[in-house]
Ligand binder design. Structure first.
Ligand code: C2O
Ligand code: CU
Length: 478
């Protein structure tokens, strides 16, 4: 079966309330699952000019997939196979990484490690099965700070065979841009200040590629809201005033539905959170969604604006919210290999120097090369591919992660999802599966997984300027 993903969203019907709801959810889906096949798609990475800021401001020159920012929503069904030919019309080489998706190593999109970068004017075809349902995203993995910072990223949604019943399924790609006064993108990518501090924090936050004033709701409806943090460096802490969102998935992996801690939905760069949001207020109501993550820098993201239509239903939909778990192998903690990964560097750290390309350099010498961070005492140069350690294929593994820095870091492992076993020595309540763990300054964490996907896999900070500054390494599964 070949479908154009451009038309894919239309196959998601807006389900209706009442008795027909479960039927609507179940019937066409089962029929489709039987015919699971390959979904083919072409993505063109190219410059475009878009009204990012909107009215009263010039358009912005961006880098886009298929002329849009974010790139087109790639939506398919668990068990299907995705075949994407990427055409590079950018002025520099690129790749695509399918963030959070358990792909074969050769499809992982990491230049110098899993493939040659796609040169301008050439194409590369990625092809892999979608083993897991969930909210994922795609982005370049070459000069990521600049390429993501100029707009390259898009949502990859894998629908469950039996999804939870909702009225609408909506993606919010959260973007953060550093713009000049004329709405052009500041080209100070990779400057040492960003590298050594919190990364490239921008000055313009967008939802699905535009500054939004409002998001329309109908009283009584139930939304599945898929949040994707596609920012280079910004951490979001979203507060939905007047609402009681329930978290149903983290990084695409189902979790027991629960209210966010302190009623704030926190997403580090590259993380995803699926929420169930019941529109429980009255027609005509208006509430703010605030981002309160950085103290003193709180702002209003947008308003939830209720239409005047009569409520879709009188009380919140009484339907289960728990998603079925993905087929992830359960790590055997008693038999697990244990490895340590310590992160050091940055401003206000105590690092005096590190190994770079096999050579010991002072911090000053590192910084002259744009490097300021390490994993286990090694700062990765742009093309380093030497593995930190090897995990036996099929073995259970515990990684003991240590953030020996004064900064937050979203730590991402490629090719696998891991259970978060403990944080600062305390067992986690939900043992959640993640692919990106937001570590607080000085935090310790243990994560566990089965190393069942052979190859050389990156583990790195997803603050893209930290990654460029050496906070990146390779783990071999063999
Ligand atoms: Cu989302 Cu190594 O990346
Ligand atoms: Cu970092």
């Amino acid at each position: 079966m070949v479908t154009s993903l451009g038309s894919a969203p239309s196959r998601r019907s807006v389900m209706i309330a009442g008795a027909g709801l479960m039927l609507a959810a179940a019937m066409p889906r089962r029929a489709r699952a039987a015919s699971a096949g390959t979904v083919e798609r072409r993505l063109v990475a190219a410059p475009a000019r878009l009204p990012l800021v909107g009215r009263g401001h010039p358009d912005t020159d961006v880098w886009s997939y298929d002329g849009s920012v974010p790139g087109p929503e790639v939506r398919l069904r668990q068990g299907e196979r995705l075949k994407v030919t990427v055409e590079n019309r950018l002025p520099q080489p690129t790749t695509i990484h399918w963030h959070g998706v358990r792909v074969p190593n050769a499809m992982d999109g990491v230049p110098y490690l899993t493939q040659k970068a796609i040169e301008p004017g050439t194409t590369f075809t990625y092809e892999f099965d979608l083993l897991d349902a969930g909210t994922f995203w795609y982005h370049p993995h070459h000069q990521s700070s600049e390429q993501v910072g100029r707009g390259l990223s898009g949502p990859l949604i894998v629908e469950e065979r039996d999804p939870v019943a909702v009225d609408r399924d909506v993606v919010w790609m959260l973007g953060d841009w550093r713009l000049n006064r004329d709405a052009s993108i500041s080209d100070d990518f990779g400057n040492l200040h960003d590298v050594m501090h919190a990364g490239r924090l921008g000055n313009t936050v967008t939802v699905n590629g535009r500054i939004r004033e409002s998001f329309a709701l109908r009283a009584g409806e139930r939304l599945r809201l898929r949040l994707v943090n596609a920012a280079n460096a910004r951490i979001f802490g979203l507060v939905f005033e007047g609402h009681d969102p329930q978290i149903i998935a983290l990084d695409g992996q189902p979790v027991d539905p629960h209210a966010p801690d302190g009623n704030r939905v926190v997403l580090g760069p590259a993380q995803r959170i699926d929420l169930i949001l019941d529109a429980t207020a009255k027609p005509g109501a208006r509430f703010r969604v605030l981002d309160t993550f950085y103290e003193g820098l709180e702002y209003r993201l947008l308003d939830l604006v209720y239409g005047s239509e009569p409520p879709l239903r009188d009380r919140p939909l009484d339907a289960p919210m728990r998603l079925r778990d993905n087929p992830l192998a359960e790590p055997d903690l008693a038999a697990a290999e244990r490895h340590e990964v310590a992160f050091s560097g940055g401003m206000m750290g105590s690092m005096s120097g590190a190994i770079v390309d096999g050579e010991r350099l002072s911090m000053a010498a590192m910084m002259r090369r744009g490097l300021g961070w390490t994993l286990n005492g090694v700062a990765a140069g742009e093309h380093s591919s030497k593995a930190l350690f090897t995990i036996g294929r099929g073995r259970s593994c515990v990684l003991a992660l240590a953030n020996d820095t004064a900064w937050h870091h979203p730590i991402h492992l490629h090719g696998h999802n891991f259970r978060v076993i403990s944080r600062d020595g305390r067992p986690t309540r939900r043992r959640e599966w993640l692919d990106t763990l937001l570590m607080a300054p000085r935090e310790r964490a243990e994560v566990a997984f089965v190393a069942d996907n052979p190859g050389d896999w990156m583990i790195h900070c997803h603050v893209l300027e930290h990654q460029a500054g050496g906070m990146s390494g390779v783990i071999r599964v063999a």
